[in-house]
Design a protein around this ligand. Structure first.
Ligand SMILES: C[C@H](C(=O)O)C(=O)SCCNC(=O)CCNC(=O)[C@H](O)C(C)(C)COP(=O)(O)OP(=O)(O)OC[C@H]1O[C@@H](n2cnc3c(N)ncnc32)[C@H](O)[C@@H]1OP(=O)(O)O
Ligand SMILES: [Co+2]
Length: 136
């Protein structure tokens, strides 16, 4: 059901410092920061030849990553995002097996303009999983 690894996300306390670490330090191509108020995050994408790294910082009052940053003040790996071609079929398949879909269970439009859903970390080996629907 899942396809390619779309991105690995890292929550960081300072987006500018993290961007510099990846661009100047590691020599990667790094995007400008983009605010996603619907998701309560600001994102920077690090482009790698085979996948992406998503640097995340909380945005607004009720950010879903505020608690994670409070617990991990230096930052830390936050989620992995796998591609699927039919996100509603994937969701229903996972729900039928008892996995918890976060939020209201309906896909939101994610950082790449495509539908995304999140699955509870306690149901996936302690790792928060994002699913992103891509073209078949
Ligand atoms: C848009 C863009 C995109 O790519 O398109 C994005 O990615 S947006 C990315 C940001 N959006 C999201 O993450 C949306 C989905 N996430 C959520 O709804 C929430 O973050 C959440 C429910 C996973 C956790 O919320 P929270 O931290 O406030 O809740 P709690 O503190 O009660 O956490 C419950 C338990 O899960 C653990 N826990 C929390 N976050 C994570 C994580 N990222 N990875 C692994 N474990 C985690 C906590 O330590 C705790 O464990 P213990 O009980 O053992 O202490
Ligand atoms: Co993500």
């Amino acid at each position: 059901m899942i396809g390619r690894l779309n991105h690995v996300a890292i929550v960081v306390p300072d987006l500018a410092a993290a961007s510099a670490l990846y661009s100047t330090g590691l020599g990667a191509t790094v995007s400008a920061p983009v605010d996603l108020p619907e998701h309560g995050v600001t994102t920077v994408f690090v482009m790698l030849p085979n996948t992406k790294i998503e640097l995340l910082h909380p945005l607004g009052e009720n950010s879903p990553i505020a608690g994670f940053l409070a617990k991990n003040p230096a930052g830390g790996m936050h989620h992995v995002c796998y591609e699927v071609t039919d996100i509603l079929a994937a969701r229903d398949h996972l729900k039928a097996q008892g996995a918890r879909v976060l939020g209201d269970g309906e896909p939101k439009i994610g950082a790449h303009g495509l539908p995304v859903l999140f699955l509870h970390p306690k149901d996936f080996c302690g790792t928060l999983v994002e699913l992103e629907q891509v073209a078949a």
